[in-house]
Structures are given as structure tokens and as C-alpha cells.
Write a protein that binds this ligand. Structure first.
Ligand code: SF4
Length: 251
């Protein structure tokens, strides 16, 4: 599902309440340095006719118009989430866009939380890291604890190194949310000792303020992916629950 607007919603969910989304990628195509086999936006190779990234000025204008019109009729906005068709930090004006968004949030809906969903591949860059530190919820994805395992499900662009990502995430000092998709496909199994054992070690090392564990929910570009029940996921992360970690399981 490709979002065809830069600012979309609000969408109502039990977890986020009334949530606006911001897509920093093209309106008719996905751009990501991963190509996850479960990505709800489809493959990178699809929809490549549009490669125009929205500028900071466009995002600022669209968001201001949307917030102004929602505020005028009293529609609540509880969260503003960067969750578009690809990796938001690839937009070259990402830091500026974050600052503009926080300013507009403060002006129209000061209680709304700003979140960024990212695959964490660019956290090692100072300007990206600093921008992520300014939002309420930097939500960083790691699905697999080794490069070889990530290759099977995330299909990252050349140069991905999970150890480098983990090293970079340490700079948050635990003040971030880690997100992990659990799935089964062609020899990859999030419940295998290789995967879950490695993931538990990463969580212990990074100590995020929350670990968000979820599974396949929508149609996926690769067919035949296996999902997990909430009970299965809970059993897999139980050792960390027992150790006092904050874990959210989304079935
Ligand atoms: S990181 Fe996110 S946007 Fe990129 S391919 Fe994976 S699921 Fe899709």
C-alpha cells in the first residue's frame, strides 16, 4: 500500500489514538535502503516512476494546512508519525523537517507525540541521530541479529552491518524504542535459537525503554510468510519480561 500524500490521516488506532502520518518519500513509489520481504509498501523495484522526494518546504506547508484545518473543527491529534513509503531518514532534509514538525506540533497540538519509524541504518550520522533525539519516540528496527540473517528478510543495500547499527544505537543510552518483526520464511524463523537468542542479547545490550514486537499483519510482497500468535511471541520474549524489560507485543 503506497501512501499518495505527504501528510495523511488522521487514522484512529487504539494504541496511538488519532494519528497523523508523514511520508517523506515519493507520492507514487517506495524508496528504502532495505527491501523487506514483508514490506507493506511492496518491493523497491515497483512504482519507480516517481522518485521526487518532498522538500522541507512542502512538508511544512502540507502539515501546517492539515493541522490548521483539523484544529479549526476541533479534531483531536494525539500523535504525528513519520511512517511513509520507505526510510524517512533518506530524505536529505530530514533534520530540518523534524524541527519544522516539532514547531508546528507545539503551535497546534502541544500534547501530540512525534514518532519516527526507521530501520536505524543512518543513526551513525550525527545530524540524523541528533534529529531522532529531538522527537518523542525514535522507533528503530532490528529484525535479525546478524548480517546473514538480515539478508534473508530485510535485503539491505550493500554496506549494512548490524554490529555498526547496534553500536550506533548505544548512543541513545536506552532512550529509544526498538522494534522487531517476527516471521517465518524459507529457513528464517524468529523463534529459532539463532534469531531469538541473538535478539535477546541485543536488547540486553541496548536496554531500550521499550521493545515493540510484532508480526505480519497486512498483505506482503513475498508470498507464504508465516506469522506468530501473540502467545508465541510472549513466550519467546518471556525471559526479558522476567528480567524487567518493557515489552509491547502486537499480534
Ligand atoms: S525498512 Fe520499512 S519501509 Fe523499508 S523495506 Fe523494510 S518495512 Fe519497508
Amino acid at each position: 500500500m503506497i501512501r499518495e500524500e505527504t501528510v495523511f490521516g488522521p487514522i484512529f488506532s487504539r494504541r496511538l489514538g488519532s494519528s497523523l502520518g508523514i511520508n517523506l518519500l515519493p507520492e507514487r513509489g517506495k524508496i528504502c535502503n532495505f527491501d523487506c520481504i514483508y514490506c507493506e509498501c511492496g518491493w523497491n523495484r515497483d512504482g519507480r516512476d516517481d522518485t521526487v522526494l518532498p522538500t522541507a518546504a512542502k512538508v511544512r506547508g502540507d502539515l501546517e494546512r492539515k493541522l490548521r484545518s483539523l484544529a479549526a473543527v476541533g479534531t483531536p491529534v494525539d500523535s504525528i508519525t513519520f511512517s511513509g513509503d520507505g526510510e524517512p531518514t533518506l530524505n536529505p532534509e530530514f533534520p530540518q523537517i523534524i524541527d519544522d514538525t516539532l514547531r508546528l506540533r507545539d503551535e497546534f497540538y502541544p500534547k501530540a507525540k512525534v514518532s519516527v519509524l526507521s530501520n536505524a541504518t543512518r543513526v551513525h550520522l550525527e545530524s540524523i541521530f541528533n534529529a531522532l533525539c529531538r522527537v518523542d519516540n525514535p522507533i528503530m528496527k532490528i529484525d535479525a541479529p546478524s548480517n546473514e540473517l538480515a539478508e534473508r528478510i530485510n535485503q539491505p543495500a550493500q554496506g549494512y552491518d548490524v554490529d555498526r547499527v547496534v553500536e550506533a544505537l548505544k548512543a541513545f543510552g536506552g532512550d529509544f524504542v526498538l522494534q522487531t518483526c517476527m516471521l517465518r520464511y524459507d529457513g528464517f524463523d524468529s523463534s529459532s535459537s539463532e534469531v531469538i537468542g541473538g535478539m535477546l542479547d541485543i536488547v540486553r545490550l541496548l536496554h531500550p525503554r521499550e521493545w515493540m514486537v510484532y508480526t505480519i499483519d497486512r498483505p506482503t510482497p513475498m508470498r507464504g510468510l508465516g506469522k506468530f500468535s501473540p502467545e508465541e511471541m510472549r513466550a519467546l520474549v518471556q525471559p526479558l519480561i522476567d528480567e524487567g524489560f518493557c515489552i509491547q507485543i502486537k499480534g
